[in-house]
Design a binder for this molecule. Structure first.
Ligand SMILES: Cc1cc2nc3c(=O)[nH]c(=O)nc-3n(C[C@H](O)[C@H](O)[C@H](O)COP(=O)(O)OP(=O)(O)OC[C@H]3O[C@@H](n4cnc5c(N)ncnc54)[C@H](O)[C@@H]3O)c2cc1C
Length: 410
């Protein structure tokens, strides 16, 4: 255990079940993720055998996922996410990508929908499945309210009919269940959006382009095309009656809840921060070990302040980012409103720490850091995603500045 992982002397002790889960996830990362990571990155393939290993180990199961989502301390998710992403960013995304649609289901679904659909998201040990949350579109990335994918209710059949093009979906097209953010009433902007479950094998849903990426290459990212996709009325998250009531309130300009997809992103930001901390910690630990053993000018390179101070900053920044992630997660679990956008603060800080730390790790490794024979260049490629997805760093700053000022900063 390294200094940056030794959090027992932080503000508080981890609850025993969270500490156990951390050790368990770390062990899984050491045994199954690290050894396979470079290969899946090079081949740009979803690591299905490792997802199955995680299912066998009990990490990739509906039971564990729901336990993590309902952990009263809120720390289970960021702590486990840190360990899995410490193993590898791309494989971590392949293993935890399903947790984003799960956050949407848990946040917006009825208890019956959560009970029925969570197992479908994960499949079985014999046949593991992944799930996808499709919110982004070609013309609606940061401007998430601008989606065009429509959900129309067909009264005679009692079905919803979905049409549109989604993009950048993690697990899009290879997922069993796709959770689709669609507009039911465009005049209402984001308040007219709802989330729909599209079960495996539903006609009309297909994969478009699969993206070849800079990092997170073991995670599948693709367009999802929806052409007259029919699903039963009960597959809108929260139920149709609740949706009708929400739309009626929005039309009468009464206050309505934050749209479900945005609520899912809010809830997952501290865990995304945990993932970024994991990648940063991996690079820091590697660079620390390297700096102690690489000798130039007759002494280890860490004996130079130029290198040692860089490592000191890395350790400090990683611990600061982790504490922000834990604070936001703990607030969410205790139902304390994130009035100063503490979730966005955690995501912003941890993303930028991951990018800076991995870049510094390459610098510390010198020429070796720049090659694929060493893992830090892969971690640097992976780290860049955190300033982009689930709200870019600029969007996090918008959210934070609006929250702290009460002014609509543009
Ligand atoms: C690997 C990967 C996985 C992803 N997984 C998913 C997924 O599972 N589901 C999903 O729905 N989406 C997913 N996304 C999409 C991701 O959330 C979007 O890429 C992200 O929200 C940014 O949108 P955009 O790419 O359209 O960029 P744009 O919105 O076009 O932004 C381009 C640039 O302009 C800046 N910008 C935009 N508006 C403003 C503003 N008002 N003020 C200041 N700067 C601004 C942005 O910060 C950015 O720097 C994924 C993306 C990637 C790359």
């Amino acid at each position: 255990m390294t200094a940056a992982m030794d959090t027992e002397n932080a503000l508080f002790d981890l609850p025993p079940d969270v500490a156990d889960a951390r050790a368990w996830a770390h062990d899984f990362a050491v045994r199954y993720i690290r050894p396979a990571a470079a290969d899946y990155d090079a081949r740009e393939e979803t690591p299905w055998p490792v997802i199955q290993d995680a299912a066998i180990a009990g990490l990739y199961t509906p039971e564990f996922a729901l336990q993590a989502f309902t952990d009263p301390s809120g720390l289970m998710l960021p702590v486990v996410a840190e360990e899995i992403f410490w193993g590898d960013g791309g494989m971590g995304q392949a293993l935890l990508g399903t947790f984003l649609p799960l956050a949407a289901l848990v946040g917006a679904g009825t208890p019956e929908q959560i009970r029925t659909w969570t197992p479908e998201f994960f499949g079985s040990v014999e046949h593991p499945a992944v799930a996808a949350l499709c919110a982004s579109e070609p013309d609606a990335g940061s401007d998430a309210a601008n989606i065009r994918t429509r959900a129309e209710f067909d009264e005679p059949s009692g079905d919803w009919i979905l049409n549109g093009v989604k993009t950048w979906a993690t697990n899009g097209g290879i997922a069993g269940v796709h959770v689709i953010n669609a507009t039911v009433d465009r005049d209402l902007g984001a308040r007219g959006h709802a989330l729909f479950l599209v079960p495996p094998g539903t006609p009309g849903i297909s994969q478009g382009q699969k993206f070849s990426k800079h990092g997170l290459r073991a995670s599948h990212t693709a367009e999802v095309l929806l052409e007259d996709v029919r699903i039963p009325s009960g597959l809108v998250l929260g139920g149709k009656d609740a949706l009708d009531a929400r739309l009626a309130a929005a039309r009468e300009r009464r206050k309505v809840r934050v749209p479900a997809a945005m609520a899912a992103f809010e809830a997952t930001r501290p865990s995304i921060a945990g993932m970024a901390v994991g990648v940063a910690r991996a690079a820091y630990e590697y660079a620390l070990d390297y700096a102690k053993t690489r000798v130039q000018f007759g002494r280890p390179i860490i004996a130079n302040q130029g290198i040692a101070f860089m490592l000191a900053d890395m350790a400090t920044e990683i611990d600061a980012a982790r504490l922000l992630a834990w604070r936001a997660s703990n607030q969410l679990a205790r139902g304390i409103p994130l009035r100063n956008a503490e979730g966005s603060m955690a995501k912003l800080k941890a993303s930028e720490v991951a990018v800076r730390t991995t870049e510094q790790a390459i610098q510390i490794l010198g020429g070796n850091g720049y090659t694929r024979d060493y893992p830090v260049e892969r971690w640097a490629r992976d780290a860049k995603i955190f300033t982009i997805y689930e709200g870019t760093s600029e969007i996090q700053r918008l959210i934070i500045s609006r929250a702290i000022s009460g002014i609509r900063i543009e």
